[in-house]
Design a protein around this ligand. Structure first.
Ligand code: URA
Length: 253
């Protein structure tokens, strides 16, 4: 049983900021067990009562999960003195306790999970779990077949250990063999058009610092655009534009 002030219960449920909540209460938009309540300082075990905002039931969920299409230019952090952060992009969400699961570089786009579930984050990021991460990559020049094979086969990027095996597929190859991939969230029409050997998909099971860029750099290629398409069971939904996010159920690992 957790007895708290009504204002705190509403804030924890992400209804609004403290000052917004005061206004909502004043205007009679909150009911407790069917009765209008304007007193934010009232202390109860609200989880055991029926609290509604504008007639809609409120629940205080322990864990929440947001899937963001990270745009370029913001950093994978909760706070930053110089740049916008991915957490700050969750407009209208109570972001207290939320953090990104892993990091994408400032200039990388794509799928990023933001949650307050530390255990799930730990399991998704654990090197032992080998969670697959798929990226769409544009290169400064066409990828030679010999280099594609080198990158797949435990390439040395100057770390203590070589990389684990990876899967690298030409985007135009996927386009010519897979019906309906474009538009499914795996590949956008723009991506499909960028083929001719400079556009590839890479799937890795680790999460080293700048890993994808360093894997291609080890063979003399510069990554000019990078976007994460999927991570474990999660895929970037078609139509979710950079900067947009959706709330999702707890992901399966
Ligand atoms: N690999 C990179 O080089 N950058 C990212 O943002 C993610 C994977």
């Amino acid at each position: 049983m957790a007895v708290v002030r009504l204002e705190k219960y509403l804030a924890d449920a992400g209804i609004g900021t403290r000052s917004q909540i005061k206004e909502y209460l004043k205007h009679g938009r909150v009911t407790v067990d069917g009765v209008k309540c304007t007193d934010g300082s009232r202390r109860e075990d609200y989880a055991a009562l029926s609290v509604c905002f504008d007639g809609n039931p409120i629940t205080c969920e322990a864990f929440v999960y947001y899937l963001l299409n990270k745009p370029q230019g913001c950093v994978s952090a909760t706070k930053d003195a110089l740049s916008d952060t991915v957490v700050e992009l969750l407009k209208g969400v109570n972001t207290k306790g939320l953090f990104p699961v892993g990091r994408l570089d400032k200039d990388t786009e794509g799928l990023l999970l933001i949650t307050n579930d530390g255990q799930l984050a730990h399991r998704l990021l654990s090197p032992k779990k080998h969670v697959e991460k798929m990226y769409y990559v544009n290169l400064d020049k066409p990828l030679a077949e010999a280099d594609r094979l080198r990158i797949e086969d435990c390439i040395d990027i100057g770390d203590e250990k070589p990389c684990l095996p990876a899967k690298v597929v030409y985007a135009d190859y996927i386009m010519s063999t897979t019906c309906g991939v474009a538009g499914s969230g795996v590949m956008s029409t723009d991506e499909a058009g960028a083929g001719h050997g400079t556009a590839v998909y890479i799937t890795i099971t680790e999460g080293r610092y700048h890993q994808v860029k360093r894997m291609f750099a080890a063979c003399g290629y510069e990554v000019t655009y990078l976007k994460r398409i999927s991570m474990g069971s999660l895929s970037l939904p078609a139509g979710l534009n950079p900067g947009e996010f959706i709330k999702i159920e707890k992901p399966k690992i």
